[in-house]
Unconditional design. Structure first.
Lengths: 275, 159
């Protein structure tokens, strides 16, 4: 195998792994198409999480808990504690929200540490043209969650201050003044700040998660691709590198899931706070 | 490469997210939270009961100690009284015995005196008879007791 064709194969390998299983909904495709792989993987993983928790919630007892129930309760209390730190109201909604966000993202991120070719090979054997197994490495997934959080942020802000009160806060803060003229002069800047806040929150939330997981995923692809196409005789080095990066990636996976959950709760809590 | 392509997947994922969230809201969070809170309640009650039992035990201990002390004091007083009574009984028995002994002694003395007196009287009677008989033999004739009654009485009194 010459270095030239090795390079071509390598590029093809990476590109193949970066291509979604795209299904156009109309002839035009483009925006009106879906990533079948992202939808399948996210729903399967989401329902694994839900089934796991529901299984123990179904027969939850206030007596001595089974080991499985104790673990699920531990996870629940961890999330509940995090919400409690940021939010001082009822956690009947924000608790389940944080739990869903944390575990769904965690499960989707975990697909990253599976061997890069495992799920795509299996999927392509059953008919998919391409398959990307890590849904959080798809901006559609991360933006879907961050925009949902944005809607909840606006909803909670308006719920606690009333629609008028919330809009008044957007116009009169963070720059405040005593007299009317100054208030009117500062209003555009306040509105600008509010818009910037409302844009940066979901964008940063979505891109942080996407960037971290995508980068990790890409590194796995690069290690695997390099080993296959250039250094196949030195494959033990590739295995060591792969395992080493898996440990780092596991940490990133956990931290990113936690950050997404924590920031979502914080944004909603901030919206509810009175300026 | 279309890595950052935004398309209808986003809407699908929003729907999926809302479905997951509503399932968690309804079927996962409430039963688990209820179980946790009920257990916390139970543990709190258990701890409180343990505290109470501890306190009650301490109280029972002091009560028991009091009872023992009281019982001991009572036992001591009973023994004291018993000792006194025993002394009294012994004393009474002694005085009774002494009195009885004295009485019996007096009785015996009286009997003795009585018997001696009777014997003396009997002897005296016999002496008179013997004397009369002796005298009749000596005089050869019968001494009429009636005639010499005064003499005989005198003689008997002299014995």
């Amino acid at each position: 195998m010459s270095a030239e064709s090795g390079g071509e194969n390598f590029t093809q390998y990476i590109q193949h792994h970066l291509t979604f299983w795209n299904a156009p909904l109309t002839h035009a495709g483009g925006v009106a198409s879906i990533h079948v792989d992202t939808l399948i993987m996210s729903c399967v993983l989401g329902f694994i999480f839900l089934f796991w928790f529901w299984w123990f919630a179904r027969k939850a007892t206030s007596g001595v808990p089974s080991k499985g129930q104790a673990f699920v309760e531990l996870a629940l209390e961890f999330v509940d504690g995090q919400v409690k730190d940021a939010w001082h109201g009822s956690r009947k909604f924000l608790g389940p929200l944080a739990l869903t966000i944390f575990f769904w993202i965690l499960f989707m991120n975990l697909m990253d540490v599976l061997p890069v070719d495992l799920i795509p090979t299996a999927a392509e054997a059953t008919g998919a043209t391409h398959f990307r197994p890590v849904p959080t490495a798809d901006v559609n997934m991360t933006f879907a969650m961050s925009l949902s959080v944005l809607v909840l942020t606006l909803f909670y802000g308006m719920k606690s201050k009333g629609v008028g009160g919330y809009l008044k806060g957007a116009v009169s803060a963070p720059f405040t003044a005593k007299n009317v003229v100054m208030k009117v002069l500062l209003a555009p800047f306040n509105i600008l700040m509010f818009v910037i806040e409302m844009v940066t929150q979901p964008v940063s939330l979505a891109l942080r998660l996407f960037g971290n997981i995508f980068a990790g995923d890409l590194l796995f692809m690069l290690i695997a691709g390099l080993m296959v196409h250039f250094l196949s005789l030195w494959w033990p080095i590739g295995v060591i590198g792969y395992v080493a990066w898996s440990f780092v990636e596991l940490l990133i996976i956990l931290i990113q899931a936690f950050i997404f959950m924590y920031l979502s709760v914080t944004y909603i809590a901030m919206a509810q706070q009175h300026h | 490469m279309g890595v950052l392509a935004i398309n209808a997947t986003l809407i699908g994922e929003v729907i999926a997210f809302l479905i997951m969230l509503s399932i968690t809201l309804k079927f996962v969070w409430p039963p688990l939270m209820r179980a946790i809170e009920e257990r916390q309640q139970k543990i709190a009650e258990g701890l409180e009961a343990a505290d109470r039992a501890h306190k009650e035990l301490a109280e029972a201990d002091t009560r028991a100690a009091d009872e023992v002390k009281k019982a001991r004091a009572e036992a001591a007083s009973i023994i004291e009284r018993a000792n006194q009574q025993a002394g009294q009984i012994v004393d009474k028995a002694r005085t009774d015995a002494l009195a009885e002994a004295a009485r019996q002694k007096a009785q015996a003395q009286a009997d003795i005196d009585n018997m001696a007196h009777r014997a003396r009287a009997e002897l005296r009677g016999q002496v008179a008879t013997l004397a009369v008989q002796g005298a009749s033999k000596i005089l050869g004739r019968e001494v009429d007791a009636g005639t010499h009654k005064a003499l005989l009485d005198d003689l008997v009194a002299g014995i």
